[in-house]
Ligand binder design. Structure first.
Ligand code: PLP
Length: 391
C-alpha cells in the first residue's frame, strides 16, 4: 500500500505525458533553447515559446515575453523582491506567508534597506482588510502575499487587496505556489503586478521549473537580478534590458519546460474546475472524518470553498512527527510533519514550535485513499490510547 498525501509539498504522480515529453526532449531534441540556429535548437525554442504562451493563456495574461522562467518560486520571489525594492520602501506581507517571501524581506529589513510589516492573520489564516488598510503608510511601495496558506489552505481575499494596492499605486506581488493549477487565476482580476508560480505543485509539472508573470510597470522598476549569457546581444557585456532575457540568464531547464507544457495541457483538458471539485470533495470528506476522531484538532476552515486541500492537524494523544512516522512506515501513507517552512503561520494558528501533520490532497487521490487514511488514523489513535491507559 502506498498512498501519497503530500501533494502540498510536491504533486505525485504527474500526468503520464509529463514524463514522456521530458524524456522526448532529452532523447530527441536535447539542445539549449535560444542558443544557435540548428534545426534541433529551433525545436527547443518552439517548446519554450509554446510553454510561455500556455502559461500566458492559463493565467489570462496577454504578454508572452513577460512570462519568465526560473527554477522555482523561491527564485521567482527573490528575483521580484530583490530587483525591485529601493531604500526606504515600506513593504507589507503576512504571518501566513512562506519563508520564500519572509526570508528575503527580513534580510532586506535587517540590512536597513526596507521597513517591513508582517501582518498577523485570523485563526483561519485570513488577513483582515481593515488591518491591511491601516498598515499602509506614505512610503508603502510593495505588498507580497501568498494566495493560499501551505499549512491550512486558507485562500486570501487577494482581489480586494489588489484593488487597494492599485488605487494607492503600491506594487503587488502574489505567491501562487499553492493555488496555481487548482484555483482559477486571472492576472488582471487580481490587480497584481507580478504573479509567481512553481511548476511542481498543483501545476503538476516537474521539480526545477517555476517562473513569474510581470507587468510593464513593475518590470520598469526592476533591475536584472541574475546576469549572464542569454543567447542575445552576445557582443555586449551589459545585460539585455528586454524581456524575457533580462531575467533569464543561463541555460533554461528545457526538459522541465517541456514537462510543464504538458502538465498545463493536461489541466486544460481535464478542466481546472473539475480538478478543484474533485479535490474539494476529497478534502471535505477527509475533514468531516477527522472531526469525528477523538483527540484530533483540525486547523483552518471546514468550508472547502474557502480553502485548498492542504489540511493540518494535531492529536492530543500523539506527537505529530511520531504520527507521521507511523503512517508512513507502518501503513504506507506519505504526509509531511513539522513547520513546513512557514514558522509565523504556526505562531498564528497556535502550533509553534511543534507544527502540524499535514495532508496534501492531489488530483490523483481518490475516495479509497481518504477512507483508508481515516480508518488508519482511528486505529493508531485507539492503539495509542489503549497503550497509555495500560501504563
Ligand atoms: C506558499 C509557498 N510559497 C513558496 C513555496 C516554495 O516553493 P519552491 O520550493 O518550489 O520554490 C512553497 C512550497 O512549499 C509554498 O507552499
Amino acid at each position: 500500500m502506498n498512498i501519497y498525501l503530500d501533494n502540498a509539498a510536491t504533486t505525485f504522480p504527474k500526468p503520464p505525458t509529463v514524463y514522456t515529453s521530458m524524456m522526448n526532449y532529452m532523447m530527441n531534441i536535447g539542445t539549449n533553447p535560444g542558443r544557435g540556429a540548428s534545426t534541433a535548437s529551433l525545436e527547443g525554442n518552439k517548446v519554450v515559446l509554446n510553454c510561455r504562451y500556455a502559461l500566458m493563456d492559463f493565467f489570462n495574461f496577454d504578454k508572452a515575453q513577460n512570462v519568465i522562467f526560473t527554477p522555482n518560486i523561491t527564485t521567482s520571489l527573490n528575483t521580484l523582491i530583490k530587483s525591485s525594492v529601493q531604500k526606504g520602501w515600506h513593504v507589507i506581507t503576512s504571518s501566513m506567508d512562506h519563508n520564500a517571501t519572509l526570508r528575503p524581506l527580513t534580510s532586506l529589513a535587517e540590512k536597513g534597506t526596507i521597513e517591513l510589516d508582517i501582518l498577523r492573520c485570523s485563526k483561519e489564516g485570513l488577513l483582515n482588510i481593515d488591518d491591511f488598510i491601516n498598515a499602509i503608510k506614505t512610503n508603502t511601495k510593495l505588498v507580497v502575499l501568498s494566495h493560499a496558506s501551505n499549512i491550512i489552505g486558507s485562500i486570501q481575499p487577494l482581489e480586494a487587496i489588489g484593488k487597494i494596492c492599485k488605487d494607492k499605486g503600491i506594487f503587488f506581488i502574489i505567491d501562487a505556489a499553492q493555488t496555481a493549477g487548482v484555483v482559477p487565476l486571472d492576472f488582471y482580476k487580481l490587480s497584481c503586478n507580478a504573479l509567481a508560480f512553481t511548476g511542481h505543485k498543483s501545476l503538476l509539472g516537474p521539480q526545477g521549473i517555476g517562473g513569474f508573470l510581470i507587468d510593464d510597470a513593475l518590470n520598469e522598476a526592476c533591475s536584472a537580478f541574475i546576469e549572464g549569457g542569454t543567447g542575445s546581444l552576445s557582443s555586449s557585456i551589459i545585460q539585455p534590458d528586454f524581456l524575457p532575457d533580462k531575467f533569464e540568464s543561463g541555460t533554461l531547464n528545457a526538459p522541465g519546460i517541456a514537462g510543464l507544457l504538458e502538465s498545463i495541457n493536461y489541466i486544460n483538458a481535464e478542466g481546472i474546475d473539475s480538478i478543484r471539485a474533485h479535490e474539494d470533495y476529497l478534502c471535505n470528506h477527509l475533514i468531516l472524518g477527522l472531526l469525528n476522531i477523538p483527540s484530533i484538532e483540525v486547523y483552518g476552515f471546514t468550508d472547502v470553498s474557502k480553502r485548498t486541500a492542504a489540511i493540518s492537524l494535531n492529536s492530543t494523544k500523539i506527537d505529530n512527527s511520531e504520527l507521521g512516522f507511523i503512517l508512513d512506515s507502518e501503513y504506507g501513507i506519505t504526509t509531511r510533519t513539522g513547520l513546513h517552512c512557514a514558522p509565523l503561520a504556526h505562531e498564528n494558528i497556535g502550533t509553534y514550535p511543534t507544527g502540524t501533520l499535514r495532508f496534501g490532497i492531489g488530483p490523483f487521490n481518490d475516495i479509497k485513499d481518504i477512507n483508508y487514511t481515516l480508518a488508519t488514523l482511528n486505529t493508531i489513535i485507539r492503539k495509542v490510547w489503549f497503550f497509555k491507559w495500560k501504563i
